[in-house]
Ligand binder design. Structure first.
Ligand SMILES: Cc1cc2nc3c(=O)[nH]c(=O)nc-3n(C[C@H](O)[C@H](O)[C@H](O)COP(=O)(O)OP(=O)(O)OC[C@H]3O[C@@H](n4cnc5c(N)ncnc54)[C@H](O)[C@@H]3O)c2cc1C
Length: 418
C-alpha cells in the first residue's frame, strides 16, 4: 500500500469495539491521544452483547481450579449442561486441554485469584463512574448476584463464602425464607443461596458498550466501521489494512476478543486461544413477576438475568471450535429448569451463541507484544470480559504512556505465552 491509500491516521488504532476495545479507546483518548476505534460491526455487537450482564466482583476463581477434579467425572460423560466438549476438537487441541488442566491445582489458584481480584476491583470502580458519564446510569442495578442451590448445600456455600472472604469479597448466606424475601416472585426451589453483595448487573450489555462508545466519540474519538484484514509494521508506525482503506498509527491495540489470534499469526505469534462457547435465549417476562437480580443455579448449571427485552437464560461452556455449527443441547437442557424457578412467556428473538476467549491459565493477555514495538495485546478475558474490559483498557492506555496501570498487570503479560 502506498501512502496515498492511507484513509486515516491516529496516535492509537484500537482493533475491535467490544467492551475491551471500547474501554481501551476511551482510556487512550482520555490521555490525550488521537484514537481510531475499528470494528466491522456496531460497537458491542458480539461477545460483549450476548453475555449475562454481570459486573462480577467475585469471579476470581477460574473454571480450571482445584474443584474441577471432583466435577470432571460427570463432565466426561458429555451430558452435563455445565460443560460439553467436542472429542475431535479436544484431540486436535490436546496441548491446550492438558495445559488448562495442569492449572487446576491449589498452587496455581491463589496467584490467579490475587491477580483477578486486582483487575476486577479496578474495573468495577470504573464501570460505576463511566456508566454515569455515559448517560446510562439507569442500566446498572446494584442488587448483587445470587448463586443458589436446590439441595441442602450449606457446607458448599459456606466453603465458597470463606474462600471469597479471604480476598475481601463480601457475601451473605441465605436460607429458603431469606431467598424468598429477596426474590419474591420466584418459586421457592432453592434451599441455600449466596448473595454476592458487591456485584452489580446491567439490563443490556450491548447498550452499555454502545453508550461507552458514544462517550468515546463525544470525547473526540473516531469510530470506523470496516473489516480489518491485516496489520504490518511501517518504520516506527503500523499500518492497519482494512476492507476499504488503510489506517496509519503509532500504536495498534488488538482487542478482537475471540478473533484476536487470527490477526497475530502472520506476525509469528501462535496464541494458545480456545473458545468456551456459550448460548443465550431471552423470554418475555410475566408482568410484575420478574427477577430483581441475576441468579446462578449452581446445580442446574444456568444463569438468568433480567434484561431490557426479558429474562435472558445463559448456558455453561461448550468447548469446541469457535465457528463450529451451533448445538442447542445445553439451552434445551436448562430452559425447563429455569422455567421451574420463574414464570416467563414466549422466546424473544432467536437463540444467541458467543465464544468466551480463553488461554490455558484463564487469565487475559494485557500488555505489549514481545517482539513488536507499538503493538499491544488485550484479549482472552474468558467468562468475565464484560466486567474486566474496563480496567484492561485503562491499563493498556497507561502502558502506552509508560505510566503504571491501576492494578498489578504483571500476571497478565503476553510474554508468558508468546
Ligand atoms: C454466554 C456468555 C455469558 C457471559 N457472561 C458474562 C458476564 O455476565 N459478565 C462478564 O463480565 N463477562 C461475561 N462473559 C464474557 C464476556 O462477554 C467476554 O469476555 C467479553 O465480551 C469479551 O469482550 P471483547 O471486547 O474481548 O470481545 P468482543 O465483544 O467479541 O469484541 C470483539 C470485536 O472484534 C470485532 N472483530 C473481530 N474480528 C474483526 C475483523 N476482522 N474486522 C473487524 N472487526 C472484527 C468483532 O466484531 C467484535 O465487535 C460471557 C460470555 C458468554 C459467551
Amino acid at each position: 500500500m502506498s501512502d496515498d491509500a492511507t484513509t486515516g491516521q491516529a496516535d492509537v488504532a484500537v482493533l475491535g469495539a467490544g467492551m475491551v476495545g471500547v474501554s481501551t479507546a476511551y482510556a487512550a483518548r482520555q490521555r490525550g491521544h488521537s484514537v481510531i476505534l475499528i470494528d466491522r460491526r456496531e460497537p458491542g455487537s458480539e461477545t460483549s452483547y450476548g453475555n449475562a450482564g454481570i459486573l462480577s466482583s467475585g469471579s476470581i476463581f477460574p473454571l480450571n481450579g482445584p474443584a474441577l477434579w471432583d466435577k470432571l467425572p460427570k463432565y466426561l460423560t458429555n451430558r452435563h449442561p455445565a460443560l460439553r466438549w467436542n472429542l475431535a476438537w479436544s484431540i486436535r487441541n490436546a496441548g491446550w486441554v492438558i495445559s488448562f488442566l495442569s492449572q487446576a491445582s491449589a498452587a496455581h489458584s491463589k496467584p490467579r485469584a490475587v491477580a483477578l481480584r486486582g483487575l476486577i476491583a479496578a474495573s468495577l470502580k470504573l464501570h460505576r463512574e463511566w456508566i454515569v458519564k455515559a448517560n446510562a446510569p439507569q442500566r446498572i442495578r446494584e442488587t448483587g448476584w445470587l448463586k443458589a442451590w436446590r439441595s441442602d448445600a450449606v457446607a458448599t456455600a459456606r466453603a465458597e463464602q470463606a474462600a471469597l472472604a479471604e480476598y475481601g469479597i463480601r457475601t451473605e448466606l441465605l436460607d429458603r425464607q431469606a431467598i424468598s424475601a429477596l426474590e419474591p416472585h420466584i418459586v421457592p426451589v432453592y434451599s441455600v443461596g449466596l448473595l454476592n453483595t458487591q456485584t452489580a448487573s446491567v439490563d443490556s450489555p450491548g447498550a452499555v458498550v454502545k453508550a461507552y462508545a458514544q462517550m468515546f466519540a463525544g470525547s473526540g474519538g473516531q469510530i470506523r466501521r470496516a473489516e480489518i484484514r491485516s496489520i504490518a509494521q511501517d518504520g516506527a508506525a503500523w499500518r492497519v489494512m482494512l476492507g476499504d482503506g488503510t489506517i496509519k498509527a503509532r500504536h495498534v491495540v488488538v482487542a478482537l476478543g475471540p478473533w484476536s489470534a487470527d490477526l497475530l499469526r502472520p506476525l509469528g505469534y501462535r496464541v494458545p486461544l480456545a473458545f468456551e462457547r456459550g448460548y443465550h435465549q431471552e423470554f418475555k417476562p410475566n408482568a410484575g413477576r420478574t427477577l430483581l437480580r441475576p441468579i446462578h443455579d449452581s446445580e442446574a448449571s444456568f444463569l438468568m438475568t433480567p434484561m431490557e427485552q426479558g429474562i435472558r437464560v445463559t448456558t455453561g461452556v461448550e468447548l469446541t471450535a469457535r465457528d463450529a455449527p451451533s448445538s442447542y443441547a445445553q439451552l434445551d437442557a436448562v430452559i425447563p429448569a429455569a422455567r421451574s424457578v420463574v414464570e416467563f412467556g414466549d422466546p424473544v428473538g432467536e437463540p444467541w451463541r458467543g465464544a468466551r476467549p480463553t488461554l490455558p491459565d484463564s487469565l487475559p493477555m494485557i500488555g505489549s507484544a514481545p517482539r513488536h514495538a507499538g503493538l499491544w495485546l488485550c484479549f482472552a478475558h474468558q467468562h468475565i470480559g464484560f466486567t474486566t474490559g474496563a480496567a484492561s483498557g485503562v491499563a493498556i492506555a497507561a502502558m502506552i504512556d509508560g505510566a503504571p496501570p491501576p492494578f498489578d498487570a504483571a500476571p497478565f503479560s503476553p510474554s508468558r505465552y508468546l
